[in-house]
Ligand binder design. Structure first.
Ligand code: SF4
Length: 447
């Protein structure tokens, strides 16, 4: 792209209003040149400057949308700006696709698609699921591939159509009727035909070379043909090679702003054992696939993969939080115990799970500690006697229970005296770990 921070600065309004985040236009220009800012955040930049900035304003890894049309869910890929999460954050979680072979018999196929459609997981207050179904061409019959693609489209999930035969892709693309699936894959052998299909159906196109250099060359050729929504695959399949190539793609796109590889990347874990496949997929979720296509889809295998993905793609500057309000667990009564904790999701849901397991219905009040855990919040003054007392007063718990006793996490027993003074409530010191709640509360109920 060639534009330096100073080149960009010359095109900005130079008013130093600070509305973009950085305090000056020069600082913003430097951030933009480094790929750490987006031109859209300056509301005052002229259309003329936008045109002139061109590639400098584009994200180092293009945002590619799959689905979102014709009733298919939309999946966004790419648009990442950093190599390491702690530098800023990652924006678009790796999409998990599950392969569905077109050689499956109809009954098995429908059963698998129904299963995938209903496959959801709840964790720390969030609901998540797989993102894509990947009809995969094995039958040798373009017609059959088209039928399977149509059935997969009915799942409502976005699609990756895996077939290198343009005739099979053409049938499938007609069958899914404008749902904007990801076409996999253009290769040296079928490039022109696949490019034509992608253009005709307004679909993103994956491109696979025999190695990284050849993939970059093919992507450049497709971009020259006017195809912008690309996804890259270096063609490597051995784990170490895939990892090396994914890392190279990310580094070249972000550090060097190398446009031919400035696209989301797709990976295909190939281990036959389901757990080994999930391990391999986890590797690619961490570094740096935007899509992984797995062949196993049992709940117990997918759950760790999706949990890992959730952890990697959580913004490190914004811990997952629950709303700081009073929660009732089970059939509460005015005699029910009352716990306080913090509003870090992992903390809250751990406490909630243990309270539910104790089978003693209770109220829980997660105090707003900006998503930090008990000890961290206490150390930083966010979980203090005063803040807890204020939260208790504002929660309305006094209208729900007859008693005036609050159970405090054992780790902050030191707050007991001050909290009694500040709140007027009697303080009972609970267990240090949430896992101690069932035995703690049962002992109290029995006494
Ligand atoms: S918002 Fe635009 S004009 Fe204002 S400081 Fe940022 S770059 Fe300059």
């Amino acid at each position: 792209m060639g534009l330096t921070g100073l080149d960009i600065y010359k095109l900005l309004p130079k008013t130093n209003c600070g509305e973009c985040g950085p305090p000056t236009c020069l600082a913003f220009a430097m951030a933009l040149a480094a790929g750490k800012a987006s031109l859209e955040t300056c509301p005052h930049v002229s259309e003329q400057a936008k045109d002139a900035l061109g590639a400098a304003a584009a994200p180092p890894i293009r945002l590619v949308k799959v689905g979102g049309l014709g009733g298919a869910a939309e999946v966004e890929l790419g648009d990442e700006q950093v190599i390491f999460r702690h530098e800023k954050t990652f924006y678009h979680p790796t999409a998990v696709a599950v392969e569905v072979g077109d050689d499956l018999a109809d009954a098995a196929l429908k059963e698998k698609l129904n299963y995938l459609k209903g496959l959801t997981f709840e964790r720390v207050g969030l609901s998540y699921r797989i993102d894509l179904v990947a009809p995969t061409y094995r039958s040798g019959s373009p017609e059959r591939f088209g039928q399977v693609a149509a059935l997969a489209a009915d799942s409502g999930l976005a699609l990756v159509l895996v077939a290198e035969d343009p005739a099979a892709q053409a049938r499938a693309l007609e069958a899914v009727g404008g749902r904007r699936p990801l076409i996999y894959a253009a290769t040296l052998a079928n490039l022109d035909a696949m490019a034509e299909l992608a253009r005709k159906h307004n679909s993103p196109l994956a491109v696979r070379g025999d190695d990284l250099d050849k993939t970059a060359a093919l992507a450049e050729k497709l971009a020259g043909l006017g195809l912008k929504d690309l996804v890259v695959d270096s063609g490597a399949r051995a784990q170490a090679d895939v990892l090396a190539d994914l890392t190279q793609v990310r580094r070249l796109a972000i550090k060097r702003r190398f446009r031919p590889l400035g696209y989301p990347a797709i990976a295909f874990p190939r281990a036959e054992d389901p757990l080994a496949e999930m391990m391999e997929a986890s590797l690619y979720v961490g570094k740096y696939a935007s899509v992984v296509v797995v062949s196993h889809a049992e709940r117990e295998h997918l759950l760790p993969l999706l949990t890992w993905r959730q952890n990697v793609y959580t913004d490190p500057q914004k811990p997952i939080q629950v709303e700081p309000k009073l929660y009732a667990v089970g059939k509460v009564t005015p005699e029910s115990p009352f716990y306080v904790t913090t509003n870090f999701s992992l903390t809250y849901y751990t406490v909630e799970g243990e309270v539910a397991a104790s089978k003693v219905p209770a109220y829980i009040l997660p105090v707003n500690t900006e998503g930090t855990s008990v000890l961290t919040a206490w150390a930083s003054g966010k979980f203090s006697a005063e803040s807890i007392a204020e939260a208790i007063a504002a929660s309305g718990v006094a209208d729900q229970v007859k008693h005036r006793e609050v159970i405090l996490p054992g780790y902050v027993a030191v707050l007991s005296g001050k909290l009694e003074e500040a709140s007027g409530w009697k303080v009972a010191v609970g267990p240090r770990e949430a896992s101690g709640i069932p035995s703690y509360i049962k002992a109290r109920v029995a006494s």
